[in-house]
Design a protein around this ligand. Sequence first.
Ligand code: C5P
Length: 222
Amino acid sequence: EPKGPLSGKNILVTAGPTREVIDPVRYFTNHSSGKMGYAIAKVLRDRGANVTLISGPTQLTPPDGINVVHIESTLEMYEEVMKRYSDVDAVVKSAAVADYRPKYTSQHKVKKKDGPMTIEMVRNPDILKELGEKKERQILIGFAAETKDVAEYAKKKLTSKNLDLIVANNVLEAGSGFQSDTNRVTFFYRNGKVESFDLLSKNIVAGHLADALISMLEVNSK
Ligand code: C5P
């Protein structure tokens, strides 16, 4: 049994992008590298937690001492998260989940034709929103990667998804992008508290997130 402030806690972390398949050779995705989520999973492990990392496709090495589950699509992530939810103390949802998927997946490569073409998209489930609706004792932490009006959107998501904490960043800002090793984030808490950080390495940001999670779990258990 690992030692540390999170010893005995089961924590689910999601990381990376998803792939929404069009046909056997094509998919929709985004620029997420998974670095933030992997850094969080490692810090939580180091502080004693029993960590399950649900990961989209990334270039990163699966960390030791963590139960890593590889998924591709949002629907697969949804299944893997939902079946574990009742057993966990906290969920950190750092994955960049696709809001839409192609309505149809072709079994064969789609052939080009003359003129424009359209791919019809349907909504994916909002995994975090559903976790918020089913929330019992779990601490829920979400992410808001925005390109403008960061604080406003983040606070809206905090409320609409019933979160305890949302980590917001502007992905257009230098050093805060999807592939970078650094991030400049602001924490918005359910109780209205706001914490802004300087540009930091994702490992240090992960440490601050672990500190926040530890104090929220303590408050929760009293
Ligand atoms: O996409 P959005 O800005 O709403 O994402 C905010 C949070 O919700 C993120 O933590 C993300 O992982 C989560 N999310 C989700 N399922 C989706 C879309 C987003 O869990 N379909």
